[in-house]
Design a protein around this ligand. Structure first.
Ligand code: GAL
Length: 747
């Protein structure tokens, strides 16, 4: 697999103006503006940054930046490979600079700059003046530019500190632990950045909260915050409307007698929602809430929220979505990629959600262990993938400065993301930390104030974690989440789970990973170990499905990730069921089969039919595992019947689609073709063929996307695969490939 991003010749920027989209040339920010004090403009400044190592004076406007490298955002400060990342390559000071013009129109209202994510600490200067800064890397940083913009050649400079900083979560004191935490965090402005202008009084936030969704009082409270740079006299009106892909369904409004300087909040209630379709995992019906601000009878600002109406409740008897019991079934996700670090654009972020939902059939993901990209969460909303989102941190709580940042992170995370219907729980506590009563009373209380609709949680682990009395557990206001790495009682015995703790809603937030079974799963490992990964994951999901008191289970983990910690191999933790390049492993076969066959019929062996160096010469053996949602599989070797098998409902009584176990031992001198016929209700539903003969293999090349936006940022993945003559994947082949790219892209 490789990646390609698109660039065009002269760089262009996209401007969003009101509800329309315009494109203008590069040098002038806000050339398409603005009538009086009213419209709002936003743009992504993805292109045309200059980048280099920070030296004294590099944030000054007249610093000589002619030798700096042109880069586009999102960006990582160093070139990375697909393994062997070295923190020393990014743990330095860096600077990004950008020159732009700002016509008078832009300077009339207010102007803001938002960085969605900068690792690890950023200080922002406009024309040599510091306009903002902050640390942490996983939540937005907003700076107000009002009054600081000149007409031409404004210089924006961002000093990025990529060094380890034990005062900023998730970092922690590096010693005595040498490699500190379990994931690398390469530095850079690695998420999008936007500039927007607003009127002097503008809607700075809208929070839409569903209330009594299943009862007679079904409504949405819309809490609006208006930020006014100066007092506003006269009549002010806020109006909220709701629609669902068609005409306006309902509206509410409120009048205020002017605005004080600073922020004013007002709450509207949208009722009459009987016709609104509920958001659900199978049918994630979104709705659009639009709030307008009118001053003196003139609309001056608008704020649009995409949200969904749903009731999500964790109880001691399981999780319920819209009143229906739903077993939470999912994986944890880290956000890192080969070559790019975290610096992947929206399209690629979205793709992970698609893989989890559409290919692995998950209904939930845990964003371990930090808030993730907006585009990823938007995709979760649109696909119906439920989300656990948590504050940055890993297995450690620092000093007071560090704790204060956790509190800030809770505030920013909940405020940023509380309109996402997919999010059902806030991780207000740092992963795998105990005690900290004062801190966590504070974070939980803050989250509840900012969002009374969702419970708080924080994953704990080990004996002490399991036994801890962590929460004032009012049913539904908190979820007990346990990272359950219970040991296997014997090498081939089913993976156990601890029983649910009584008196609390109970969720398994991690399981299996590298701590139960093999420490890593690479495509070059013995195929039996790779097959086991699928079985281990299936066992814990089976256990979770067996008892209604488990709200569900989110296994460790979705994708391989970069780490220098325990069990990593040359800087990669190979514990994903999908690899770092987002290619499913054999371990994913279990997940891939857990889908209603009416949607998709699946036959996924948890072995390769290649008789290659990682596979036994006598075939996959007497207990070969095949994952399928058929009700019978008939196996043929060179056309001769070899086995007819049913799903293992005895071993896995609670899984919708248990594995099929078949004897596929062949003689060492035999190389038969394998055919698997899958039947549903006596009818042939799917046939798959597998060839042992590598002389007929082919190379295939497939891109995830046919079209890229030529904005200098967009990226797709091109997967080059070795396939047998029937299209089944080979685990690996040897040889070298030359790749060339024509046209305005970067490989
Ligand atoms: C868990 C931790 C995860 C990961 C895992 C090891 O304890 O929460 O982040 O490090 O161990 O595979």
């Amino acid at each position: 697999m490789t990646g390609m991003s698109a660039r065009n010749g002269p760089t262009r920027r996209r401007f969003l103006i009101g509800l329309g989209v315009g494109v203008i040339g590069a040098t002038s920010l806000g050339a398409v503006l603005l009538d009086g004090d009213s419209p709002a403009v936003s743009t992504t400044l993805g292109a045309e940054w200059l980048f280099g190592r920070y030296t004294q004076g590099a944030a000054d406007p007249d610093f000589d930046d002619t030798g700096m490298a042109p880069v586009t955002l999102p960006h990582c400060v160093t070139d990375l490979s697909w393994q062997g990342w070295q923190p020393a390559d990014w743990e330095r000071l860096w600077v990004y600079r950008q020159h732009f013009d700002a016509p008078a129109d832009l300077r009339r209202g207010r102007a803001f700059l938002t960085f969605d994510g900068v690792l690890s600490t950023a200080t922002v200067y406009l024309n040599g003046r510091k306009v903002g800064g902050g640390g942490g890397g996983y939540l937005p940083l907003t700076c107000e530019l009002t009054g600081a913009l000149g007409v031409s050649d404004n210089v924006l400079a961002v000093r990025v500190d990529g060094r380890w900083n034990q005062d900023v979560p998730p970092d922690l004191p590096r010693f005595p632990k040498a490699s500190a935490i379990d994931f690398y965090q390469p530095a850079g402005i690695y998420r999008p950045m936007t500039v927007r202008t607003t009127p002097k009084a503008y809607l700075s936030d809208v929070f839409t909260r569903p209330v009594d969704v299943l009862g007679p009082g079904r409504s949405i409270t819309v809490r609006c915050t208006v930020d006014a740079a100066a007092q506003v006299a006269g009549q002010v009106r806020l109006t909220a409307t709701l629609s669902q892909g068609g005409p306006e369904l309902t509206a509410a409004s409120v009048e205020l007698a002017g605005l004080q300087r600073g922020t004013t909040t007002a709450t509207l209630t949208l009722t009459g929602l009987a016709q609104v379709k509920l958001w659900d995992v199978d049918d994630p019906a979104m709705c659009d809430v639009r709030v307008t601000l009118d001053v003196g009878g003139q609309q001056t600002h608008e704020y649009a929220v995409r949200t969904g109406l749903r009731d999500a409740s964790f109880t001691q008897g399981g999780f319920f979505l819209n009143g229906r019991r739903l077993k939470l079934f999912g994986l944890n996700r880290h956000q890192w990629y080969p070559f790019a670090g975290g610096a992947m654009p929206d399209r690629v972020q979205r793709r992970d959600a698609e893989i989890l939902k559409r290919d692995l059939n998950c209904n939930m993901v845990r964003c371990s262990h930090y808030p993730q990209a907006g585009a990823f969460l938007d995709a979760c909303d649109e696909l119906g993938l439920l989300v656990w989102e948590e504050v940055p941190g890993w297995d450690y709580v620092g000093d007071q400065v560090w704790r204060d940042r956790v509190v800030d992170d809770v505030r920013t995370m909940v405020t940023r993301d509380r309109n996402h219907p997919s999010i059902i729980v806030w991780g207000t506590r740092v992963n795998e930390t105990l005690g900290q009563v004062d801190l966590y009373d504070h974070t939980d209380e803050l989250a509840r104030q900012l969002d009374p609709s969702r419970p708080c949680s924080g994953a704990v682990s080990g004996e002490r974690g399991y036994l801890s009395a962590l929460y004032p557990m009012t049913n539904g206001s908190a979820v007990f989440a346990f990272n359950d790495y219970s040991k296997l009682p014997a090498p081939d015995a089913p993976a156990p789970l601890r029983p649910p703790r009584s008196g609390v809603p109970y969720l398994v937030s991690e399981a299996i990973g590298s701590l139960v079974g093999a420490p890593s799963y690479r495509r070059t490992d013995p195929v039996a170990a790779q097959q086991d990964q699928a079985t281990l994951h299936a066992w814990v999901h089976e256990r979770a499905a067996s008892d209604d008191r488990y709200c569900g289970l989110l296994a460790w983990c979705g994708f391989d990730y970069p780490s220098g910690w325990f069990h990593s191999v040359n800087g990669v933790k190979y514990v994903g069921v999908v690899d770092f390049f987002r290619i499913p492993k054999l371990g994913a076969a279990f997940y891939r089969a857990q889908v209603d066959p009416a949607k998709r019929v699946v036959i996924e062996p948890a072995f390769y039919w290649d008789f290659g160096p990682g596979s036994p010469q006598t075939g996959p053996g007497p207990a070969a595992v095949i994952w399928s949602n058929c009700d019978r599989l008939k196996l043929y070797l060179d056309g001769r019947p070899a086995a007819s098998v049913r799903p293992d409902h005895i071993g896995f009584p609670h899984l919708a689609y248990p594995p099929f176990i078949a004897n596929l031992r062949v003689r060492a001198d035999e190389r038969p073709e394998l055919r698997i016929d899958g039947y549903r209700d006596g009818e042939l539903a799917l046939r798959r063929l597998f060839s042992p003969d590598p002389t007929q293999d082919t190379l295939a090349c497939a891109a995830d996307d046919d079209i890229l936006a030529a904005d200098g940022q967009d990226t797709t993945r091109i997967e080059i695969r070795a396939l047998d003559r029937y299209g089944a994947a080979r685990p690996y082949v040897q040889g070298s490939l030359d790749l060339a790219l024509d046209g305005p892209g970067v490989l």
